[in-house]
Ligand binder design. Structure first.
Ligand code: ZN
Length: 310
C-alpha cells in the first residue's frame, strides 16, 4: 500500500470567462491568486491558481478559462463537489455574503455531522464550504473576509460515480481509510494529511456520464512531498496495472496522471518546488509567468489574453 500521499494538492477546473473567474475566486471567496500563467499545451489560454498565501498543497484551486466554452453537464465519472474548509460558526456570514453577491445554488445542509453551504461557481461549478473544527491552517485574509470566516483550503472533494467499489479499492491502495457512510456517500480519510483529507464517494447508479465543459473539474491532484516519493507512488500504481504518464515538469510541481476506474482523471503532484519558485511570496500571482518555451512569444501571448484585475 502507498503511504506517501498527504491529501489533495490541487483541483483543476474549466471556466468560460477569465475575468469573471478571477473576480469570483479572489473578490467573492477571498482566495489569493498565487499564479497567473498559461496552459502548457495551449498558451493562448490562462492557467490561474487560487489558494492561501503561498499556494500550499491542499489549498489550490486552478482554472483553465476557455473563452465562451459551453457549460459542462454534471454527471458521473467526475468530481461533483469541491469542498472548502471554513471555521465553525461562519456559514451565516458566508450565506449573507454569497447571497449579496448574487451567487447561485445556495443551499445550507449538513454532511457527516458538519454544516455545509453548497453553491455554484460562475459556470455552475459544484462548490461548498464546510465548517471544520480545529483546522490549523491559516487563511489569506482578502476582500474583506474576516479571519473567523476565511477559507483555510480544501477539506476534500466528492466524486460522483456509477459504482464506488473500484474507486474505494484504489483509494484504499493510495492510503485512504474508510471513515463513515451516510446514505449513498462513503467518506474516506487519509491519516496524517495536509488538511485536505477527505474524499467522498457518491454512488449514482442511474445518473448519466458527465459531459465536461465550463464549470467541470478537469482533474484532481493528490500531494506527495517530493519527486522521490512521487516515483515510489508511480511504480506502485504501475505495478498494480495502472497506466501512469511519465513525470511531467509543471514548473511549480512535478506531475503524473492516470485515469481511474470510475473515469475521474487523477494526478499525483509534488509539494516541491512551489509557487515562489519564480516570484517572491509577497508578489505571487501578479505578473504573467510563462513556461520557458513560450518566453520568446511573450508579447504575442500577452496581447491575446484578457487583462485581469489585480
Ligand atoms: Zn493538475
Amino acid at each position: 500500500m502507498i503511504k506517501a500521499i498527504k491529501g489533495l494538492h490541487h483541483v483543476t477546473s474549466m471556466a468560460s470567462d477569465a475575468r469573471q473567474n478571477n473576480m469570483f475566486f479572489t473578490d467573492t471567496l477571498g482566495l489569493r491568486r498565487v499564479k497567473k500563467t498559461v496552459n502548457f499545451d495551449e498558451p493562448s489560454i490562462y492557467h490561474l491558481y487560487y489558494g492561501d498565501e503561498t499556494g500550499a498543497a491542499g489549498t489550490v484551486m486552478t482554472y483553465f478559462p476557455f473563452d465562451h466554452m459551453m457549460r459542462g453537464r454534471p454527471g458521473v465519472g467526475e468530481v461533483g463537489e469541491t469542498q472548502f474548509s471554513v471555521p465553525k460558526g461562519s456559514l451565516a456570514y458566508w450565506q449573507d455574503r454569497l447571497t449579496a453577491q448574487g451567487v447561485g445554488g445556495i443551499q445550507l445542509d449538513k454532511t457527516f455531522g458538519a454544516n455545509r453551504l453548497r453553491f455554484s461557481g460562475p459556470d455552475g461549478d459544484g462548490l461548498s464550504l464546510i465548517e471544520t473544527v480545529d483546522d490549523k491552517r491559516s487563511a489569506w485574509n482578502a476582500a474583506g473576509v474576516p479571519d473567523e470566516a476565511a477559507i483555510r483550503g480544501f477539506t476534500g472533494a466528492r466524486l460522483s460515480l456509477h459504482d464506488t467499489g473500484a474507486m474505494e479499492e484504489l483509494l484504499g491502495f493510495m492510503g485512504y481509510e474508510r471513515a463513515e457512510k451516510e446514505g449513498n456517500v462513503t467518506r474516506l480519510l487519509i491519516p496524517n494529511g495536509n488538511g485536505a483529507d477527505t474524499i467522498d464517494l457518491e454512488a449514482l447508479p442511474q445518473t448519466p456520464v458527465a459531459r465536461q465543459g465550463a464549470g467541470s473539474v478537469h482533474h484532481i491532484a493528490f500531494a506527495v512531498e517530493n519527486r522521490e516519493k512521487q516515483l515510489e507512488v508511480r511504480k506502485a500504481l504501475m505495478d498494480t496495472g495502472y497506466q501512469v504518464t511519465p513525470v511531467i515538469d509543471r514548473d511549480y510541481f512535478w506531475a503524473i496522471y492516470f485515469r481511474t476506474p470510475g473515469g475521474v482523471l487523477f494526478e499525483i503532484a509534488t509539494n516541491e518546488p512551489g509557487f515562489n519558485r519564480d516570484e517572491d511570496t509577497a508578489h505571487l500571482g501578479e505578473a504573467l509567468k510563462l513556461p520557458t518555451q513560450y518566453e520568446p512569444l511573450r508579447n504575442r501571448i500577452e496581447a491575446g489574453l484578457t487583462p485581469l484585475a489585480a
